[in-house]
Design a protein. Structure first.
Length: 255
């Protein structure tokens, strides 16, 4: 997992080009849950700043942390100048400063399990909010999805990451909500869904796959071949199911 976590720098420009941003509905959901203005936020694993921009343009003072130097360099091209950027893994972020919000956009699974939740707690103001979101990015048409799986199968058995705590995908509460419910530092754990349907060209769909860690770490000839096989079976336009599962929790100790 550690190798995959730091594999994105090689595809930083493609990541920025092919990964979608996040909807305003997400910002509204997080701030409504907070129940008060969110002035400051720490972002875990900011990537190229897709989520950073969502919060920064709505007036939140974001400190964006990212361990990969190439990803951070790409982020700095696209975020407002007032965003503070720090090259650091979550485990390296200095404590002693507290934020109204700590969040991770499709990045929490790259953090180390040991000490994760007490560390988040030390970074939050009393009553502050933790938020995490992500979800699969799959063809919405089952026939297309099956064809992609079949084209990929000789090279890669799966391109998604299972829940780190082993939660089955059909369980009502998903990770990290499962852990947050057990963590003594948090209360009011909530899971929400934002439905998203995106339509893109076959080229852009393969471009998105090129930013997925399971493909990035393949040997270059194998990676090129699997992309050719997938491109061969895709329709010209691909409808994608890209729902976001959002987890929210509040630090105990008042609002």
């Amino acid at each position: 997992m550690a190798g995959r976590a730091l594999s994105f720098g090689a595809v930083a420009e493609a990541y920025e080009r092919f990964r979608p941003g996040y909807p305003d509905e997400l910002f509204d959901m997080v701030t409504a849950y907070a129940g008060r203005p969110v002035g400051t936020a720490l972002e875990i694993g900011a990537g190229t700043g897709k989520a950073t921009r969502l919060f920064a343009r709505r007036g939140v003072a974001v400190t964006a942390t990212e361990p990969d130097g190439e990803m951070l360099a790409e982020l700095r091209k696209h975020v407002p100048a007032h965003v503070e950027t720090v090259r650091a893994a979550f485990e390296e972020v200095r404590t002693g400063r507290r934020y109204g919000l700590v969040y991770a956009a499709a990045a929490l699974h790259w953090t180390e399990p040991a000490g994760r939740w007490p560390r988040v707690a030390t970074l939050l103001e009393p009553g502050g909010v933790f938020a995490s979101w992500g979800g699969p990015f799959r063809p919405a048409d089952p026939a297309v999805r099956d064809a992609v799986h079949a084209a990929r199968a000789p090279f890669l058995t799966d391109d998604e990451i299972a829940a780190p705590d082993g939660t089955p995908p059909d369980q009502d509460m998903q990770w990290p909500g499962t852990e947050l419910r057990q963590a003594e530092w948090f209360t009011e754990v909530r899971q929400e869904t934002i439905e998203r349907r995106l339509t893109m060209s076959a080229h852009d769909y393969v471009g998105h796959l090129s930013t997925v860690s399971a493909y990035v770490v393949l040997p270059s000839p194998v990676r090129a071949r699997v992309f050719r096989e997938i491109a061969r079976i895709l329709p010209d336009r691909v409808e994608v199911a890209a729902d976001l599962t959002v987890h929210l929790a509040r630090l105990r100790g008042g609002r």
